[in-house]
Design a protein. Structure first.
Length: 338
C-alpha cells in the first residue's frame, strides 16, 4: 500500500490548465456517451436528448434525430469515425454512414452487421483495415448454465462476422451485458481494449486480427475495485423492479470504474472515479505507451469526452447521466501543466 501511495504522489505533480471554455445557452443534457474529437477539433457523440451532435465553440449542432428517415436513426448504440465520415450503429444491427457537408451531415449509405440470432451488446467501434472492430458482450452460444461470449467482434465492410476475440465462458447469472467495453486506436498500428471494471489493457493487431498481449495497468492508491459478483442475477432476484437501476447507480458512482479510453501523444489515457471524498470526482490517468508506466494522475470534477493533440476536452461538473442534475452546458478544454 505504501508503494502504491508513493506512486500516486509522484504522479500528481502535473495539473490540468484550462485554455478554453465553451458555454452555451442550451437545455440541460441528459447524458453524454460515445464521444470523440474529430479532425476539425469538434466533439462528436451522443448527447442524450439531442441524439447525435457535433459541438464546437459556436454551439451544439444536432445532425441526427430519432426516426426512420435517411437522416434519422432508430435506437442508436454507438457512434464512430468511418474514414472521413461518421457512422452510427443501431440496435437492429444496421450501420448508417453520414458524410460531412457545408451545413452538417448527410446520409451516405447503410451496412448491415450479420451478428447472428443471439444477443449482442455493442459498446464502441474502431474502423480499421476496412473492418469494424466492435467491443461489447456478444453471445455466441448458450446453455442453461453457461454463456460463451466474445468481447471483441470483427465484421468486414459488407457486415459479415469474420472473427471474434477474447472469447470466454461465463455463468448465465453474471449479467456482463451491462458492462461497458472500450476500444481505441493505439501505437504501432494496434488497437487497445479495456473493460470498465478491470484495469487490464489488451493490445490487438487489426491486420492479423490477433491479440498481441495483455498488460495489467498500474493503479493509483484510491482505486476501489468492483466485487466479482456485482452483476449477479442471483443478487438481483429480490422482487424489487428497481434493483437493477440501483445497482447501476451504485456501480457508476461507488466504484473506480473506467469511464473512457483514449490514445494521444504516445500516451494511453483513462479516466476513472476516485470514490474518495478527499479528492475530486474523477482522475485522468496518463500511461506511457511504451512502458505502460503511470506518468501522471490528474484530478478533476469534469467528465472527459475526448483527447487530441495534447488537449483534454471535458464536460463541466461530471456526466449528467450519473452525477445528478447539471443545468449548465459547459465544456472545458485543458492542457497538461507540469
Amino acid at each position: 500500500m505504501l508503494f502504491l501511495l508513493a506512486i500516486s504522489l509522484l504522479a500528481q505533480k502535473a495539473k490540468l490548465e484550462r485554455i478554453d471554455q465553451w458555454k452555451f445557452d442550451h437545455d440541460p443534457l441528459i447524458y453524454i456517451s460515445n464521444t470523440y474529437i474529430s479532425e476539425n477539433n469538434s466533439i462528436i457523440g451522443f448527447m442524450g436528448n439531442v441524439v447525435a451532435a457535433e459541438i464546437t465553440n459556436a454551439g451544439i449542432n444536432q445532425f441526427i434525430e430519432y426516426g426512420e428517415g435517411p437522416n434519422q436513426v432508430i435506437i442508436p448504440t454507438l457512434i464512430f469515425q468511418h474514414g472521413d465520415d461518421i457512422a452510427i450503429a443501431e440496435l437492429v444491427g444496421r450501420v448508417k454512414i453520414f458524410s460531412k457537408k457545408e451545413k452538417g451531415y448527410t446520409f451516405k449509405e447503410s451496412k448491415w452487421l450479420k451478428k447472428g440470432p443471439l444477443p449482442f451488446f455493442p459498446r464502441e467501434c474502431v474502423f480499421r483495415e476496412n473492418k469494424f472492430f466492435i467491443s461489447g458482450f456478444h453471445i455466441l452460444s448458450q446453455t442453461k448454465e453457461i454463456v460463451n461470449a466474445a468481447l471483441v467482434s470483427i465484421f468486414d465492410e459488407k457486415g459479415k462476422l469474420v472473427k471474434t476475440l477474447l472469447e470466454k465462458k461465463w455463468s448465465v447469472y453474471q449479467l456482463y451485458g451491462n458492462l461497458l467495453f472500450y476500444i481505441s486506436n493505439f501505437k504501432n498500428d494496434q488497437l487497445a481494449f479495456i473493460p470498465e471494471n478491470e484495469p487490464i489493457v489488451t493490445l490487438i493487431s487489426p491486420k492479423s486480427m490477433e491479440v498481441v498481449k495483455e498488460v495489467p495497468l498500474q493503479i493509483p492508491s484510491f482505486y476501489k475495485k468492483m466485487p466479482e459478483d456485482f452483476w449477479s442475477y442471483k443478487l438481483m432476484n429480490t422482487g424489487d423492479s428497481g434493483y437493477l437501476r440501483k445497482m447501476r447507480e451504485t456501480f457508476y458512482t461507488g466504484y473506480s470504474r473506467i469511464n473512457n479510453l483514449y490514445f494521444d501523444q504516445n500516451r494511453l489515457i483513462l479516466q476513472m472515479r476516485t470514490c474518495d471524498k478527499k479528492l475530486k470526482r474523477y482522475a485522468i490517468l496518463l500511461y506511457n505507451a511504451d512502458t505502460f508506466k503511470l506518468e501522471h494522475t490528474l484530478y478533476t470534477d469534469d467528465y472527459l469526452v475526448g483527447v487530441k493533440d495534447g488537449k483534454f476536452y471535458c464536460f463541466a461538473n461530471g456526466n449528467p447521466g450519473w452525477d445528478g442534475d447539471i443545468d449548465d452546458v459547459v465544456f472545458n478544454i485543458y492542457r497538461l501543466k507540469k
